[in-house]
Design a protein around this ligand. Structure first.
Ligand SMILES: Cc1ncc(COP(=O)(O)O)c(C=O)c1O
Length: 365
């Protein structure tokens, strides 16, 4: 037997989640594959970073008070329960580390965010899949998967990659049916795009000891590259996370950018209305071309080629790359007949339309 370091059992069967956005992505690529904000970020953030004269050689604050206070004022929540992280991804990993013993189960939904099963496995837990109902999370199937070993339920709402959303009533039903010993993670990454009907997750956190809310600066706020997320937690869970989180996971520039981004309401409003306009417009255009889409509450949508003959998701993905446009294959999510497309800038959406029309024509459709 070869004598060499052996990785933990928990990661031996891991299928690593590594979104392939391509190496050395050229600036001219129209990247509609990563659910980023098509408009970029607040110009005030870019200005502040260019002018930044802080002390780069110093470690950052463990929790940037100005950032926490800005989040607390913007969302009217208790600053003493906010934890920031290196993207909300980091908080997902921390929750798994904090609450899963080897062999414990954590439920995630069928067509859900792939970081959930990855983080569960790395922590030694067992991911348990709750089937969706028509590409929508099903509270009943989550409840049916509960066992004495269940420690966590992960729920992204609206959901990535399906774009569907559970109503406030359904979320309340889930909260009522779930044992208080199970941690419910409400991942509200796309909540800022929703204008009505979304449950107030912060209120649910305030009223419980087993519910947490995760949020991100990577979507509406347009700071994906800086890696900044945050969560709102019951006080005991807050203390646990503070005690295990890496002390300096949020860097100074990310904290500064986050504070400025959250205060720039005009940019947020512009982003939401840009998204709503193009979401409707592009769905109509795709419909005219005979491409089926799934209704979405987010800044991305699924293009569905299941019923189409001839053009497949794989072929369209390849042909669009020749036009310098990148959509996201949904094969890793178990949806090989679909592509996910986020809303980009207006000229990118026009270019996409032109390319699609050309491709359709060439394919004789
Ligand atoms: C549902 C969901 N949660 C969390 C994240 C991660 O966000 P962050 O960039 O803050 O790590 C994403 C990113 O795509 C997401 O779709």
């Amino acid at each position: 037997m070869i004598n060499k370091p052996k990785p933990a059992d928990s990661i031996q069967s891991l299928v690593s989640y590594r979104p392939a956005f391509g190496k050395n992505v050229s600036k001219s690529l129209i990247r509609l594959s990563a659910n980023e904000n098509g408009l970029g970020c607040s110009p005030l953030v870019n200005q502040a970073i260019r002018k930044y004269e802080g002390e780069i050689h110093r470690y950052p604050a463990q929790q940037d008070e100005a950032l926490v206070s800005a989040i607390s004022s913007r969302f009217k929540i208790n600053p003493e329960r906010i934890v920031t992280g290196n993207g909300s991804d980091e908080l997902i990993y921390l929750l798994c580390t904090a609450f899963l013993n080897p062999g414990d189960e954590a439920i995630h939904t069928q067509y859900g965010f792939l970081v959930f099963p990855q983080a569960i496995k790395i922590a030694g837990g067992v991911p348990v899949v709750a089937q969706d109902d028509h590409y929508t999370v099903s509270v009943d199937s989550i409840i049916a998967k509960l066992s004495p070993k269940t420690k966590i339920v992960f729920l992204a709402n609206p959901n990535n990659p399906t774009g569907t959303m559970l109503s406030e009533q359904e979320i309340k039903r889930l909260v009522d049916l779930l044992p208080k010993s199970v941690l419910l993670v409400l991942d509200w990454a796309y909540s800022e795009y929703v204008t009505e009907g979304l449950a107030d997750a912060a209120q649910l956190v305030d009223a419980s000891e087993n519910i947490v809310m995760l949020r991100t600066f990577s979507k509406l706020f347009g700071l994906a590259s800086l890696r900044l997320g945050w969560g709102y937690f019951p006080s005991e869970i807050y203390s646990i996370l503070q005690s295990i989180r890496p002390p300096f996971s949020v860097n100074q520039l990310a904290a500064l950018a986050g504070r400025i981004a959250i205060e720039d309401i005009a940019f947020q409003e512009e982003s939401v209305s840009h998204n709503h306009f193009w979401m409707k417009e592009i769905v109509d255009r795709l419909d005219e071309m005979g491409v089926q889409t799934h209704p979405s509450k987010t800044n991305f949508m699924l293009l569905d080629f299941k019923r189409n003959t001839g053009l497949t998701a794989k072929l369209l993905e390849t042909l669009l790359i020749e036009h310098n446009i990148q959509l996201r294959s949904m094969s890793p999510y178990g949806l090989p007949d679909m592509l996910r497309m986020s809303i980009g800038k207006s000229d990118e959406m026009e270019q996409l339309t032109m390319s699609l029309r050309q491709i359709m024509q060439q394919q004789g459709r």
